[in-house]
Design a protein around this ligand. Structure first.
Ligand code: BES
Ligand code: ZN
Length: 618
């Protein structure tokens, strides 16, 4: 959604980094003024009402007064029903003001403060349509018997369930008391219970300061399984064994990550496997990654996602993008770190394949955007837009390619030392793109004149496309696939191709490189030989579907309907619906299926897909 440049949003100042580097930056996606008064600690006391689809209770904010002349606290809210505000120990409520609602951004909540006010307590409830929260019917869960709820706060949805300074530049510790039906378990991005309590009351603490986008809650019929000394998995009982098997390498990944870039600073690392409507692959909620069940391929072939979310425990959760324009600092670094973890655990050939697929994603995105597009800079320009629009190949895959290029220019030893220092020196702080460029110059490039000449840093970050001299990816495992694609082009029967021992990523390369003008009988023969239309691997299935839709290949449609009405992961849904909408028949089919599927999607996916398929009328 493109919003008008919102003159209604006030200028907002956030501290870019620690006090030593107090270069203030505006966060164009928050009403808050944390340079005046900032949240230090949040205490939540909430009851979960599955009938009314509401959270209700209090949020008590402990404040840090930066500007002694400031007389009010400004918070972000969206669709919250504010009942009362109390200052410190006062028994009498204090007046407050809600600003005019701005689409996507919500409304400011302004609370006048006394000169000594240190705490405000806000009594509120969420609305059933709160965009962060998805309330699932029992039928949308694996067990089918109990309801479920989960939140997704990134990028600017925390404000739909907690009144807060919803800006990545503001960090606070938190605690929570959450009351749920007694037969359900509650978990958060915090220290978590491993079993149910008798009364359904759960208490949480997060003692490291985090930004609001990492606030998270899930409630459901969940079971815990240990994976190792400090890792485990939460899932619905019928999914737990499969999840435990699939994610068995988690502990190895943590060890590998620490060997690369320093100690894991968050205590435990657990993974919550959600019902299939979860709109993302994964979300790096501290201490508890939220994950889609579509990674449970049955052969551990999609666990790079765990490496990715784990890597965020450094890039993102320790060193955090100052605003959503700096998003590539979170995702580009994480994609690089993910690749290094995968290399350490599964070998260089595996990591090269991931790099190869990443490069293809990037080339396709650049082709879509066209030459010179502003949105192909690493440094984003999302002011006045939903920062959610920044989720794509530029931040992830161009960011990855840039860091890979730097790595190969300076050598791995030096680059790793640089990154280790960077995470250590900036832990629990906010990072701007400009500050990163300074650090890079100072700590790495100053002593490397030849590198600075080879890697045009400014053009990578503040320019479109891919500058020359980019790291070149040539996975040997893909060369073997290309050879078979050549044989297919020469008329060899699909069943006769030498595909034995191919892993998921080779198949993904195969499907992505398959010629668009495949003959109908060849397509059918491929499907007969390799069973793509029935693949239980979500990545392979969606790659096949994307190739088959433009050809009008009907045999896959019943499976596709099942997929679209179960899976809510936006990364799969968006390109599939886009492809369907390109022909009149496809569009009619898409609209019919979307009408059935839409109520089961999380608001994040609904918002994206409404713009593609059309919002429901009424
Ligand atoms: N932090 C992101 C998800 C996100 C980004 C949510 C921006 C909302 C706004 C997460 O770490 C992520 O990148 N997930 C990917 C995983 C993949 C790259 C391995 C996803 O969901 O597909
Ligand atoms: Zn990520």
């Amino acid at each position: 959604m493109t919003l008008k440049r919102s003159a209604t949003l006030p200028l907002v100042l956030a501290l870019a980094a620690g006090p030593a580097l107090a270069a203030p930056v505006r966060d164009p996606h928050s009403f808050a003024r944390p340079d005046e008064v900032a949240i230090r600690h949040l205490a939540l006391d909430l009851a979960v009402d599955f009938e009314a689809h509401r959270l209700a209770g209090t949020a008590t904010l402990t404040l840090e007064r930066h500007d002694p002349t400031a007389t009010e606290l400004v918070l972000d809210t969206r669709d919250l029903e504010i009942e009362a505000v109390h200052l410190d120990e006062a028994t009498e409520a204090t007046p407050f003001r809600l600003g005019d609602p701005v689409p996507t951004f919500g409304r400011s909540l302004t609370i006048p403060l006394g000169p000594q006010t240190r705490q405000v307590r806000i009594t509120y409830r969420t609305r059933p349509e709160a965009a962060a929260i998805q309330w699932l019917e029992p039928s949308q869960t694996a067990g089918g018997k109990r309801p479920f709820l989960f939140t997704q706060s990134q990028a600017i949805l925390a404000r739909t369930w907690v009144p807060c300074q919803d800006s990545p530049g503001v960090r606070f510790t938190y605690e929570a008391k959450v009351k749920v039906p007694a037969d359900l378990l509650a978990v958060m991005s915090a220290e978590n219970p491993q079993r149910r309590t008798a009364d359904g009351v759960y208490r949480f603490r997060m003692e490291q300061a985090i930004p609001s986008y990492l606030l998270a809650l899930a409630v459901g019929d969940l079971e815990f399984r240990s994976l190792g000394e400090r890792s485990g998995v939460y899932a619905e009982p019928s999914v737990a064994a499969k999840a435990g098997w699939e994610l068995a390498d988690t502990e190895k990944m943590i060890t590998a990550a620490e060997a690369l870039y320093g100690p894991y600073r968050w205590g435990r690392y657990d993974i919550l496997v959600l019902p299939p409507s979860f709109p993302f692959g994964g979300m790096e909620n501290p201490r508890l990654t939220f994950a889609t069940p579509t990674i449970l391929a049955g052969d551990r072939s999609l666990v790079a996602l765990v490496a990715h979310e784990l890597a965020h425990s450094w890039s993102g959760n320790l060193v955090t993008n100052a605003t959503w324009n700096d998003f590539w600092l979170n995702e580009g670094f994480t994609t690089y770190f993910e690749n290094r973890i995968m290399e350490a655990v599964y070998g260089a050939e595996y990591a090269e394949m991931l790099a190869g697929l990443s490069r293809r994603e990037l080339d396709e995105e650049l082709a879509r955007l066209g030459t010179g597009h502003r949105d192909s800079w690493l440094f984003g320009d999302f002011e006045g837009r939903d920062p959610d629009e920044g989720v794509g190949a530029i931040a992830y895959d161009k960011g990855f390619l840039f860091l890979k290029t730097l790595e190969s220019a300076v050598g791995r030893t030096r680059f790793d030392a640089f990154l280790r220092d960077y995470f250590e020196a900036n832990a629990f702080r906010t990072m701007t793109t400009a500050r990163f460029v300074e650090i890079l110059d100072e700590k790495l490039l100053a002593a490397e004149a030849s590198v600075a000449a080879k890697v045009p840093v400014e053009r990578w970050i503040f320019g479109p496309g891919i500058p020359e001299g980019a790291y070149s990816v040539q996975p040997a495992a893909f060369a073997r696939v290309d050879a078979e694609l050549d044989r297919l082009a020469d008329g060899i029967e699909p069943a006769a191709l030498a595909t034995e021992g191919w892993v998921t990523h080779q198949w993904l390369h195969f499907l992505a490189a398959l010629p668009a003008d495949l003959a109908d009988d060849t397509r059918a023969a491929l499907d007969a030989a390799f069973g793509f239309s029935r693949s239980g691997n979500s990545e392979i299935f969606s790659a096949w579907v994307l190739h088959s839709i433009p050809a009008g290949y009907q045999p896959v449609m019943p499976e596709l309907e099942r997929f679209l009405t179960t899976v809510g992961r936006r990364k799969f849904l968006k390109p599939i619906y886009e492809a369907l909408m390109k022909t009149p028949d496809g569009a009619a089919w898409a609209k019919r299926v979307y009408a059935i599927a839409r109520p089961g999607y999380h608001a994040v996916s609904q918002t994206t897909l409404d713009a593609i398929v059309g919002a429901p009328k009424g």
